[in-house]
Write a protein that binds this ligand. Structure first.
Ligand code: GLN
Length: 480
């Protein structure tokens, strides 16, 4: 069976109709990984035996009368989400050999639905990066052009979905890490509102920004997956006590009558012309389908990158303090004393980008600099959030580019941290404001690389997001 174009929905239908079993489906995913992953490098580890055992359990459950949209469907998991009994390295040497003793809530939710864990996908170390080149384990290649990056930090998940090695995958988005790799690889990526999905068991990068979300081939698949991920969790006090609407119902609404805002700060010089042209075509298509296009302004956008790289690194420096060589992970040999143990375990275990961020984050939090950097960044974060509150008075969703460029060559940006950070200009504001967003494919460059745009909606307006996204997707597939 070829799983390249296979959606969650088609998989569920095939399983329900007994066209194939979950064991056959899972074996096809494993075969695809075996055949292609040498070129793509999307996966870090695959537990074939465990996946097949889960698949045969799902088949038995179905034979006994159980049903469900994810029952027996394999899903790939970014390697920072804990799954009991599986490695969880965060693509870092410091966690090499670590085996999770428990399930993250999102993993437990998938398990409860009878989903199969297809494998652990590559990422930038601790999700710090935009190209997956900061993985300490391996390079992941873009399935559309193997000489290009897949984006990041959830580059392995995006490459697996787009490259025919997964039905669907989970990623995380702290500052764009679902939406940007989805854009670079040509799949659908949803960043849920902050507090919509539990972070329990998801290795923390920046706790006030991180969210888990689906990376899929269609908008409907993203709705199916988010349905299972979303909801209040007693283990994560930041999850909101709000009902989870039926996201698939929202798919039918259509663009007719929706108000789409174009923030002028996102339509600026410096963005690649092919990206801009594709985004403009998407705007025109929405207008032709009956959406009303309105101009809006988000005046504090220019500060978003600076605010993000202060807040995210500050939180990272605190979160990563737990990796000290004592309780788990890499431990330096023959330490002289406890300080030497900490210092050398961390020096040996963390990669350059992670160290850079820990140092930066420690600096902005240190006494004497706290007010000037961290304190001020928090204030500007509030202003950025208010910009969005105002904009959403005038429109239902915003439509913007996801990244200023399509996928670039491996090696092109990895030596210049600032260049890489600036690529996050259109994605980080949504995280700072707690919004939900979706990255959608909208054509290809002349060279055959995917192009994309994003819709953003106010916090907990995922239905609005899905309505717009599904409405656009129908237009683009009708166009052929
Ligand atoms: N590229 C951004 C960073 O490096 C976002 C990463 C993410 O969303 N995990 O921090």
């Amino acid at each position: 069976m070829n799983i390249a174009g296979l959606t969650i929905r088609a998989a569920a239908e095939g399983l329900a109709a007994k066209t194939f079993s979950s064991v056959e489906l899972t074996q096809s995913v494993l075969d695809a990984i075996a055949a292609r992953d040498g070129d793509l490098g999307a996966y870090l580890t695959v537990d074939a035996e465990g996946a097949l055992a889960q698949a045969s359990e799902a088949d038995a459950a179905r034979a006994a009368g159980r049903e469900g949209p994810l029952l027996g469907v394999p899903v790939a998991i970014k390697d920072l989400i804990n799954v009991r009994g599986q490695p969880c390295t965060c693509a870092s040497k410091i966690l090499e050999g670590y085996v999770s003793p428990y399930d993250a809530t999102v993993a437990a939710n998938l398990r409860a639905q009878g989903a199969v864990f297809a494998g652990r996908t590559n990422m930038d170390e601790f999700a710090m990066g935009s190209s997956t080149e900061h993985s300490a384990m391996k390079v992941t290649h873009n399935p559309h052009d193997l000489s290009c990056v897949p984006g990041g930090s959830s580059g392995g998940s995006a490459a697996a979905v787009a490259g025919g090695e997964a039905v669907a995958a989970l990623g995380t988005d702290t500052g764009g890490s679902i939406r940007q790799p989805a854009a670079f690889c040509g799949c659908v990526g949803v960043k849920p509102s902050y507090g919509r999905v539990s972070r329990y068991g998801v290795t923390a990068y920046a706790s006030s920004l991180d969210q888990v979300g689906p990376m899929t081939k269609t908008v409907e698949d993203a709705a199916i997956l988010l349905q299972v991920l979303a909801g209040e969790d007693p283990h994560d006090g930041t999850t909101q006590r709000l009902p989870v609407p039926d996201y698939r119902v929202a798919l039918a609404g259509g663009l007719q009558g929706m108000k789409i805002g174009l923030p002028k700060e996102y339509y600026i010089d410096g963005t690649d012309p092919e990206v801009m042209a594709a985004v403009r075509r998407a705007v025109d298509a929405c207008a032709a389908a009956g959406a009303e296009i309105v101009d809006v302004s988000l005046p504090h956008t220019e500060y978003a990158i600076a605010v993000y790289y202060i807040v995210a690194t500050a939180e990272a420096s605190a979160n990563l303090a737990r990796f000290d060589g004592v309780r788990f992970g890499h431990r330096a040999k023959e330490p002289q004393n406890v300080f030497d143990l900490y210092a050398r375990s961390r020096a040996e275990g963390f990669g350059t980008e992670v160290k850079r961020r820990i140092i930066l984050g420690t600096y902005v939090l240190s006494s004497g600099y706290y007010d000037a950097y961290y304190g001020r960044a928090q204030k500007v974060r509030t202003l950025i959030r208010r910009d969005f509150d105002d904009a959403f008075q005038k429109c239902d969703v915003l439509l913007t580019p996801v990244a200023p460029t399509p996928a670039y060559k491996i090696g092109e940006a990895s030596e210049d941290p600032l260049k890489m950070y600036l690529g996050d200009v259109f994605t980080v504001p949504a995280n700072l404001a707690g919004l939900c967003g979706v990255s959608l494919p909208c054509g290809k460059t002349a060279g055959g690389l995917p192009l994309a745009f994003q819709f953003l909606a106010a916090p907990f307006r995922e239905e609005t997001l899905f309505r717009a996204a599904a409405g656009y997707e129908r237009l683009s597939t009708n166009e052929g």
